[in-house]
Design a protein around this ligand. Structure first.
Ligand SMILES: C[S@@+](CC[C@H](N)C(=O)[O-])C[C@H]1O[C@@H](n2cnc3c(N)ncnc32)[C@H](O)[C@@H]1O
Length: 280
């Protein structure tokens, strides 16, 4: 999924889709973890955030960097429930505006702040955060090694990186990429430029930065019902979504749910979470 696209910048893509995606995904712009299978999407997206929280091992008063903060829902949740301070960063100006408004409305503006910054070159001071949190944003960053190196750099000794995202679970031969180029183009149109890597490649990058892997969890099966829930939201909000995403954009998104679901079923793609600590 590396070929050029009409909309190559994640920032531009997210500026364009953020408001529409809230109707598809809910307040949190990420997949759900379905522990029961029939629970509402909002319960399942919260369950994914809760898996991240468990892996992060928060303590009150810690300072957290949220890389790829979306519209601020996870960051505000962390402030409220974990008693931590969060700087959320994203390359999307619309995301920062929505997240800042959200924190202000929730009375959390002093503890949840948001800035336009790139997770692969964040320009934040060394050793200035206790936790780095990257919830489903890494697949949008081509320089995956720079993301992990920057995360390790800004962590204080004893700090922890926690990351979850879509992963690639097998090699995709060139012939298959070529034969399925229409499908890959549809995914790019719906989700922007992205690259899914194996979980092991993330773990190797973390270890190369001197981090110790503490948690690794495959969430492929638990995230599978997400696609069905997104399609239900399309059916419920179709007219509004056509306004926000355009008929072609919505069509590409709907087709993408079937393509991704097929990739989940045939073992091509999936979802995983890991946490890695910096030596004290
Ligand atoms: C799927 S959304 C996840 C949002 C949020 N973590 C959540 O769970 O609600 C991906 C986020 O990554 C951000 N993003 C993409 N590329 C980025 C980069 N290079 N640096 C920082 N954020 C980036 C997008 O703007 C968006 O906010």
């Amino acid at each position: 999924m590396n070929a050029p696209t009409a909309d190559p910048e994640p920032a531009a893509h997210y500026d364009r889709v953020t408001d529409g995606w809230r109707l598809l995904f809910g307040d949190s712009l990420h997949y759900g973890v379905f522990d029961q299978g029939d629970e509402p999407l909002a319960v399942a997206t919260q369950a994914l955030t809760d898996r991240m929280i468990a892996a992060a091992a928060f303590e009150p008063g810690l300072r957290v960097l949220d890389i790829g903060c979306g519209t601020g829902d996870p960051a505000c949740h962390l402030v409220r429930t974990q008693d931590v301070d969060v700087l959320g960063i994203t390359t999307s100006r619309v995301g920062v505006d929505r997240a800042s408004a959200r924190a202000a409305a929730d009375g959390l503006a002093d503890r949840a702040t948001f800035e336009v910054r790139d997770g692969t070159a964040n320009e934040l001071p060394d050793e200035s955060f206790d936790r780095v949190w990257a919830l489903e944003s890494s697949h949008l960053m081509p320089a995956r090694d720079a993301l992990i190196a920057e995360s390790a750099r800004v962590l204080r000794p004893g700090g922890r990186l926690v990351l979850c995202d879509l992963i690639r679970r097998r090699d995709i031969p060139f012939k298959e990429v070529r034969d399925r180029r229409v499908d890959f183009a549809t995914l790019r149109e719906a989700f922007g430029e992205a690259r899914m890597d194996p979980l092991d490649s993330y773990l190797a990058l973390a270890e190369a930065q001197g981090l110790t892997i503490e948690v690794r969890t495959d969430l492929t099966e638990a995230t599978l019902p997400t696609f069905d829930r997104w399609r239900a939201n399309i059916a419920e909000h179709r007219d509004e979504l056509v306004e926000l995403l355009g008929a072609d954009g919505l069509d590409a998104f709907e087709r993408s749910t079937h393509i991704l679901e097929g990739f989940w079923h045939d073992g091509t793609l999936g979802y995983a979470l890991f946490a890695a600590s910096k030596p004290a």
